[in-house]
Design a protein around this ligand. Structure first.
Ligand SMILES: [Mg+2]
Length: 315
């Protein structure tokens, strides 16, 4: 890899100091394991299969550093990566964190958010990489497992007639971002700054009859379509729960809520299981139909208004 501007002189710190800082803020490896500091981490395998996923958060794309802190960006990178484990009905175990950032970036603040989010979700950072770059970017790879073993919940298991459920009200993160931009105080700001993966909800959904599941990262209008396409069903949506302070448009098109959207043949036992686990009882939003790719909201077609990265693919 060609590296430019590698002078290594002048300012205090440098690569060794940066690595030492990162090592000092991360927890110690338990006996028998090797975490940060060697060429690779060495960990004991978890029973229950191995889930693997990676997610990247980039300054200016996923996090506006004029509105949120570096620690918030770090938190987001970890939480959103772990949310994909929740969406399989799994639990996270280990994280590899690759940070690329301008040399003057306060790594202590960035890692405070990374470590806090890892702790909040019961995962450990066991290694990663550090590089200087023109913008802050944090990639988080996660290993996870399915508690008790057994298959994960895929996007492809929904069938016509299945009910569609969601674990909580939507639009809070979009409304929180709008409040931040307008510099208006709002209780929804944290929904944007500090998203939390719905791990308990994912586990209960999986064990109580979820047939397909996805985490709502790009907005229900987009993510619901992904379940419909993977399962080859249509969707008839009757209602969408709107977070207090958000609009219906926020709820349909706003991303970053990280609630779980799932389907079930019979919502009764699922709702009972959530209640028994002390979790918010998921709302039934509608049902899957036998008209593939037809996504209805009430009587009209639901526009695909969620977030998409604007890739330009040459043809
Ligand atoms: Mg996802």
């Amino acid at each position: 890899v060609a590296r430019t501007n590698r002078t290594g002189s002048g300012s205090s710190g440098g690569e060794l100091a940066a690595l030492e800082l990162v090592r000092s803020v991360l927890p110690e490896a338990p006996p028998g394991e090797v975490w940060i500091g060697d060429d690779a981490a060495f960990v004991a395998p978890s029973p229950g299969g191995l889930l693997l996923t990676v997610d990247t958060v980039v300054e200016g794309v996923h996090a506006d550093l004029t509105l949120v802190g570096l620690d918030d960006l770090g938190w987001r990178a970890v939480s959103t990566a772990i949310s994909d484990v929740a969406a399989m009905g799994g639990r996270p175990d280990r994280l590899l964190v690759s940070v690329a950032a301008p040399p003057e970036t306060d790594l202590r603040v960035l890692y405070a958010g990374i470590v806090a989010a890892a702790h909040r979700h019961g995962a450990s950072v066991v290694g990663g990489d550090l590089s200087t770059a023109p913008l802050v970017s944090v990639a988080v790879a996660v290993t996870g497992h399915i508690p008790g073993g057994g298959p994960p919940v895929l996007r492809s298991g929904a069938r016509a007639g299945d009910s569609i459920l969601v674990t909580g009200p939507l639009g809070g993160a979009a409304a929180g971002l709008r409040a931040l931009r307008a510099a208006t105080p709002s209780s929804l700001v944290d929904a944007h700054r500090r998203p939390v993966a719905r791990l308990d909800e994912g586990t209960v959904a999986r064990t109580s009859g979820a047939t397909a599941m996805i985490d709502l990262s790009d907005g229900i209008a987009s993510d619901l379509r992904r379940i419909a396409q993977a399962s080859n069903v249509g969707v008839s949506l009757e209602c969408v729960p709107v977070a207090d302070g958000a609009t219906e448009h926020d709820a349909l098109c706003g991303g970053d809520d990280y609630e779980l959207l799932f389907t079930a043949r019979d919502p009764g036992p699922v709702r009972d299981a959530f209640s028994a686990a002390g979790l918010r009882v998921p709302e039934v939003l509608g049902e899957c139909t036998s008209e593939p790719a037809r996504i209805l909201y009430g009587d009209s077609i639901l526009p695909d208004c969620g977030y998409e990265h604007p890739w330009e693919i040459p043809t």
